[in-house]
Design a protein around this ligand. Structure first.
Ligand code: GLV
Length: 404
């Protein structure tokens, strides 16, 4: 067992909350808060996890479940369980070669990995780290020409599905980041960074790894024509200038021959629009509560999207998944699979690849035991009859509510 594996072994780490605590210990405050925090009052952030408590199980007891088949196919991607790693920006802040490290763990677990545009590692290197399904998440920082070049490279590197994020016209107002001066930490002014010295020195393990890794100064997959890789310090301002619209989806369908999923769908109308514009799937997501605070928990938004999609496309969801039982609930309510973000980021921040592997092992073990206790043998066998939702969840969709 390696040192990192020991760090996250049972009984020290039994659930994702334990990985979160270890990540908090290893990471400087500004880095931990960037991952852990949400927008404004963090109401949606809290709701994402809390909403799972509103959904209760209806088990079939006295049923012998011998083996449990967790395999799932999503948009042509075969997964050993219905989980993909969600795109997370700036992962090299969490652990050296963060994206490559997480992709390797995803590959070994035989699940999917979604690489963010805001990656500190070249997508080719990430592509080589896993034989599992590779999805690429697109922001339009740097413009369309720049995106086309990245998509060309992504195709060659074995990425098969494109996720177009539609909820990030600008960064959400993340108060922890403002207080911590996260912009300064990611910026280029070395002198201004001196204020972080005490918290960096207080985390020598993290600091040594970060320096050895060469820091994270530019985005190697955002090559601005005539200029080269976009400097990290420009990311936020560039995002604010590059709102993704439905027009972009039309263009993207020409630029990307494979399936496209639209990520950040919270209302039925947007789901229908995404399908009308040719998306093969949607991701019900509020960006982990990091964008517009006060929107519904992803799980709460899921039924409206399921109704709007009406079986015409595949539905994924993310937001608040911390347990295998959360995954089961999402699937019972109509998701095909889930994306997990913080659940693996805490593992990455706590212990690199060993931490991500441990997070995935926790989710898998929990999935198997939840399915056995539910009396259901396969993910494909899960349906709405295995859960109850509060009566208020079954109300009219928003359009008709306005008229009522
Ligand atoms: C980036 O997409 C973020 O949420 O920080």
């Amino acid at each position: 067992m390696t040192r990192q594996e020991r760090r996250v072994a049972s009984p020290r780490v039994v659930n994702i909350g334990d990985l979160r605590r270890l990540a908090e210990l290893r990471l400087p405050r500004a880095v931990f808060d960037y991952v852990d925090g949400g927008a404004q009052g963090e109401v949606t952030l809290r709701e994402n996890t809390r909403a799972f408590e509103d959904v209760t199980f209806r088990p079939r007891n006295a049923v012998a479940v011998s083996g449990c088949n967790l395999r799932t196919k999503v948009l042509g991607s075969e997964l050993s369980m219905p989980v993909l790693l969600a795109p997370i920006g700036f992962s090299r802040m969490l652990f050296p070669q963060g994206e490559v490290t997480a992709a390797r763990a995803a590959g070994k677990a035989d699940i999917g990995f979604t690489l963010t545009t805001i990656s500190g590692s070249p997508l080719e290197k990430v592509g080589e780290a896993t034989q599992g399904p590779r999805w690429y998440q697109l922001y339009l920082v740097g413009g369309r020409e720049c995106a086309e070049a990245a998509l060309e490279r992504a195709k060659k590197a074995g990425f098969t599905v494109l996720a177009m994020t539609i909820d990030t016209g600008t960064f959400g107002m993340r108060e922890r980041d403002v207080r911590n001066g996260a912009g300064v930490l990611l910026g280029s002014n070395r002198l201004a960074k001196m204020r972080f010295l005490p918290q960096l020195l207080a985390h020598p393990g993290w600091l040594a790894g970060f320096l050895r890794d060469g820091g994270m100064l530019e985005l190697p997959n955002v090559i601005v024509p005539g200029r080269g890789p976009m400097p990290l310090a420009e990311t936020q301002a560039s995002l604010a200038r590059s709102v993704v619209t439905w027009d972009d989806l039309k263009w993207l369908r020409k630029a990307w021959p494979g399936p496209i999923v639209v990520k950040g769908v919270l209302i039925g109308d947007d789901a229908r629009r995404a399908l009308d514009e040719g998306a093969a799937g949607v991701v019900v997501s509020n960006h982990g509560g990091r964008q517009l605070d006060g929107v519904a928990a992803s799980l709460r938004a899921l039924p409206e999207i399921v109704k709007a999609v009406g079986g015409r496309a595949e539905i994924l969801m993310d937001g608040g998944i911390r347990r295998g039982s959360d995954i089961v609930k999402a699937i019972c309510l109509g998701a095909r699979a889930v994306l997990v973000g913080r659940a693996y980021a805490y593992g990455l921040g706590a212990a690199g690849e060993a931490g991500v592997a441990r997070a995935l092992e926790i989710l898998r073990t929990d999935l198997v035991s939840t399915m056995a206790l539910l009396g259901c043998e396969s993910i494909a066998g899960l349906n709405r009859s295995y859960v109850d939702v509060p009566a208020s969840w079954a109300t009219l969709p928003a359009e008709s509510r306005a008229l009522a």
